[in-house]
Structures are given as C-alpha cells and as structure tokens.
Design a protein around this ligand. Structure first.
Ligand code: ASP
Length: 597
C-alpha cells in the first residue's frame, strides 16, 4: 500500500499510530536540530517532523527534498509543540522513520500556494500545477458536487440520462459551428453540436418522457469572460408539459442545489416578463440583488418593451432632451455626496465606445429638498421638483439620466450605468443570491446584419397560443413560450415549450426566411418525426460552468473548468489547435494554404 492515510485526515486522536502518507513537498523548513517538511495531497497538508532522534542520514535526505518532490513517508503521529490553528491537521505531526522519494520535480514556475506568484498565462500553460493549488482544486470539487446533485435530483424525478452524438450535422440559425471533415465521405463534414436540441426533442418523440444530459456543447463564437468554445450544459427535456410544469420542476432543482451545496433556502422565484425586464432594467438578465429600477421620463417610441407613449416631463429648452426619443433615469440612494470628479468619471464610463452614450445628466437632491442639476440653466426648480417626485428621490439622492434616439439602445446604456452604480455602492455582494424567471420573450428579433427576423431563442420554440394569429400580421410582436432563469444578472439557463406540430414548424421556418425546400433539407428529419405522433414537450438547458462559477463566487467561468481555453480559443497547455500533416490533409481531401512559417 502506498499510503494508509491522506494528508488531510490525521488528528490529535490519532497520536501514537504508525501511518504512511504520500504526496508532494510543499516546503522544507530546516531549523538545524529540527527539520519539518510540509507534505500535501488533495486532502490537505501534514507536517512531517525530523527531530533529534531521527537518524542523521534520514534527516539529510529530508533536507535535500525540493519543492513538489513526490514522497512517501512512514512514521508515528505525535502531538505538536506549537500548534497551527489554521490547519485541520495542525495539532499533530508525523515523526518520520522512513522516507522514499517516489519522484523528483523541477522547480515549479510559480509557487503552489493560494496566492500564487504566477500570472494567468503561465498558470494556464502549467495548468496541472495550477490545479494543485487549493483555490482552483476547490472549484473542481464544487463542480463535481454540483453535477452530482443535479443527477441526484433529476434521477429522483424520473429523468433518464441519455447520451447524444458529438458528430452531428451543421445547422443554420444559432452560432457558428465547429466542423470535422469526414474521411470516409470526402468533401463532407460533421459539425459538433451547439446543443443537443433536436436530438432531445427526438427522444421525446421516442417516448423517453424525461431526458437529461450533462454534455459538452460547442460554439465557434468570439470569447468573453463567461464564454468558452466548448462548455457544459445540463440539458433537459420533458413530455406532456406546459411552461408551468417546466418552471416548477427546475425551480425545484435550483432549490435543491442551493440547499445541498450552499445550505441556502431560496424563496419562490419571482417571474418577470421580458418586456418589464427591458423596461425597468434594460436587460433580459437583470441583476435583482438591488432595485434602482429605470423610470421613463419620456418615450416617443412605444416598442415591445413599453407599449405606451410617455410624455416628456421636461418642457422644451434643452436640445438634447427635446430631440431624444427616450429619456430614462435611475435614482441612486445617498449618492448626492459624489464629487464632480466622480460624476465626470461616470460620464466617461457611459461614453466609452462599448457603452456609447453621448453624455450623462445628473441631479442632486440637496438637504433642503431643492434639486441641483447639470441642466439647471434649462429648467426651472419646479420642473426639477417634478423630476424628483417622479423618481421618488429624497434628500441626499443622486438622479442619473440618459437620453437617446433609440429606446432599446439607451436602456442598454442605462443598464450598464445601473450595474456600475450597484457595484460602486456595494450592492452586488457575491454571497447574496437573487434568482428569478424571465418569461414571455418575443419569438423574433430583428437582425440588422441579416436584414430579417431571427428566432430569439431558437426556431423550435412555440409561440404563445394567443399570439399565433399575429404570425400572419405582425410576427415581430409574437411572444414565445420561452423562459430564462437569471441569478444575480447571469442567465444560468433557458428553454421553451416546443412546437410539436409539423405544419406550425414549417410556418415558423418560412417566417425565418427558409423556403420549404431549404427547411426540408435542413430540418426534414425533425418535421418528419413530428408526423409520427410527437407529444407536446418542452425543456431547458443550464450552463453548468456559469452556474458553478456563480456558486463559487468566481468572475470567470475559466476557474471552474479543469483545462480551459484562453481568449483566442487556444489551449496553451496542449498548444491546440495545431497544424496537421499533409498526409492527414490528403486523406481528408482537404487543401489548406498554410501561412508562411
Ligand atoms: N438548446 C437550448 C440552448 O442551448 C436550450 C433549450 O431550449 O432547451 O440554449
């Protein structure tokens, strides 16, 4: 046996026992008469002691150990003189009688400690060393527990875990596909699944009733902090359900996860329509850990999100507001104390190209209730008092106002400002969770790039029955039976009730601009299946990486993925992607113009 105990389990009660441990050398402390070696494995750190009674040869061997050497040590557990309260094993040490070096190690390029001296790039290149650090390993343990509890819950609810293929077909709509050339079918390509959407629907046609899968999905998109080219979904589908059944089932799963993993009891999830989310938060994934909802001060563009026209509270006088189609504001409690310089910083923040606002108007409510604003010269105190009332602002509050000619764009800018203020005001505590459902998404959104309507969720989503007549007259106004679960401003999951009627599906494809032939070619397999008794069905998928990183309080999903890719989609440890041999290319009938070396 290599070891009888791990480095994390010995306690005072074990004193006197002879044990064998194996692990990595965290550090050697040579104090002359005494030498200590910290031995580390996944479970913890145990102090090995070499004292006056230790044979000289053995002690010298210990003194020569380098960091990250792999060793096996046998000895007797003893109470320590100076105890370390910060370590679970801190009351004991092991007086070593036998020491085996199992493997030597080069000096690692960064220290294997909680606060490592390694930068991101070097940590990723040596990810296997990075993973030896507590902070990173802890996230993988949490991820394991999370996936395990997902399986436990879904199994209890009668879901079957069914694997679907990784080599599938490229599908139009959605993101860009990763493709794989087929050697046996020259000139033809598989695509890696962006999600098992159609396959899980086919498993409903197949009578599986409740399906789930924790599976890899692939999307060839530009990367951001919360995106990876390959990521993991908890993909689920149910038969004979309405939206309410799906929401209940998965609210239950979230409750189970919060309870078993974080010991948090979450309240019933509020439901917010997409229209309200856009109107009050400028986002379909509002961070509801704090209020600061938008107040519309003018809206001449009654759109999907706010159907009625809002007269401006401002009389004519200030050109920017006069010409704006939309004016919206937030009230930041107690923030009137912000200095001019701090407000200038906020103005710079909203003017950054990523946000794109033209400027920021502010108004401070003074102690005496009067309002001082950056637009004082255009408006009377009475108008500013109307503003104060409309915003329900009190003495000491700061009102921040954005305007623009496009309501949706301005709302999105105001959303960024709201989040920024929330962060500055300390309202976005990572240990607090605010979960909700966003429902009633529009079926379609207009794509400027493609100059056509695109499915907001995906083309298999069913319209709300009461909106079906609008498909012929005003498709942009049709709402879908689609829902997202949002936690702390992060979309952790989303899904929909599906179309199970071949004719309706055909019609939706038409609205998306497919000819019947194209629809048949790309989605014939699904529409044909629907002709053989497809049950009503629906489901959703969670992004496991996102969900776990939220539980772990991480800023990036990368830290809960064992071997992630960097921002350019590269695995810097494997140095992938890479070139392949000409013979491999020939076999695949691929011609590649290689860049000059
Ligand atoms: N397949 C969908 C997605 O990946 C989720 C769903 O509708 O179930 O977003």
């Amino acid at each position: 046996m290599y070891r009888t105990k791990t480095c994390g389990e010995l306690r005072l009660a074990d004193a006197g026992q002879t044990v064998t441990l194996a692990g990595w050398v965290q550090g050697v402390h040579d104090l002359g008469a005494l030498t200590f070696v910290d031995l580390r494995d996944r479970y913890g750190i145990t102090q090995l002691a070499f004292n006056e009674d230790t044979a000289a040869e053995l002690k010298e061997k210990a003194q020569r150990l380098g960091r990250e050497y792999v060793v096996q040590a046998t000895g007797v557990v003893a109470e320590r003189y100076s105890k370390n309260k910060n370590l679970p094993t801190g009351e004991i040490e092991v007086n070593v009688t036998e020491l085996n070096i199992l493997n030597e190690s080069l000096t690692p390029p960064f220290t294997i400690e909680d606060n490592s001296d390694g930068g991101d790039d070097i940590r990723m290149k040596y990810r296997y060393l990075d993973l030896r650090r507590n902070a990173v390993r802890k996230n993988l343990e949490l991820r394991h527990k999370f996936a395990f509890e997902v399986r436990r819950y879904l199994d209890q609810q009668g879901f079957l875990e069914i694997e679907t293929p990784i080599l599938v077909n490229s599908t139009p709509e959605g993101a860009r596909d990763f493709v794989v050339p087929s050697r046996m079918n020259p000139g033809q390509f598989y695509a890696l699944p962006q999600s098992p959407q159609t396959l899980k629907q086919l498993s409903m046609v197949a009578g599986m009733d409740r399906y789930f899968q924790i599976c890899k999905c692939f999307r060839d998109e530009d990367l951001r902090a919360d995106r990876q080219p390959e990521f993991t979904q908890i993909d689920c589908e149910m038969s004979f359900v309405e939206q309410e059944d799906v929401l209940q089932m998965f609210e239950g799963m979230s409750r189970h996860l919060f309870k078993t993993i974080l010991n948090i009891d979450i309240p019933t999830l509020p439901r917010m329509t997409w229209a309200d989310a856009m109107k009050y938060y400028g986002s379909d994934k509002p961070d509801t850990r704090f209020g600061m909802e938008f107040v519309e001060l003018k809206n001449q563009q009654p759109d999907n999100a706010s159907r009625e026209l809002v007269e401006s509270i401002f009389p004519e006088g200030f050109g920017v507001f006069d010409s704006a189609a939309y004016i919206g504001a937030i009230c930041c409690e107690g923030q009137a104390v912000l200095t001019r310089k701090q407000i200038d910083q906020l103005t710079d923040f909203v003017k950054r190209p990523q946000i794109g606002a033209k400027g920021l108007v502010y108004a401070r409510v003074q102690e005496d209730g009067s309002v001082k604003s950056s637009v004082d010269k255009f408006y009377t105190q009475e108008t500013l008092q109307v503003l104060k009332d409309k915003m329900q602002a009190k003495a000491g509050d700061l009102i921040l106002i954005l305007s623009g000619d496009d309501a949706m764009k301005t709302r999105k800018q105001l959303c960024e400002l709201r989040l920024e203020m929330g962060s500055r005001m300390g309202l976005r505590d990572k240990s607090k969770f605010s979960c909700l459902w966003i429902i009633d998404f529009p079926m379609y959104e207009w794509s400027d790039e493609e100059q056509r309507l695109m499915a907001m969720h995906h083309p298999f989503t069913s319209p709300k029955p009461e909106d079906v007549p609008l498909l012929d007259t005003d498709p942009a106004r049709v709402r879908a039976n689609a829902y997202d679960m949002v936690i702390n401003g992060v979309e952790v999951g989303g899904g929909s009730i599906r179309i199970h009627d071949a004719k309706l599906q055909q019609k939706i494809f038409e609205i998306l601009g497919f000819t019947p032939e194209q629809a048949q070619l790309k989605f014939g397999f699904l529409m044909n299946a629907f002709k053989y008794g497809a049950p009503p069905h629906g489901g959703l998928a969670y992004g496991l990486d996102r969900f776990v990183s939220l539980f772990a309080g991480l800023d990036s999903i990368r830290d809960c993925i064992a071997f992630p890719k960097n921002n350019s989609g590269r695995d810097v440890m494997l140095d992938a992607p890479g070139y392949i041999d000409q013979s491999q290319l020939d076999e695949l009938c691929l011609k590649v113009d290689l860049p000059e070396a």
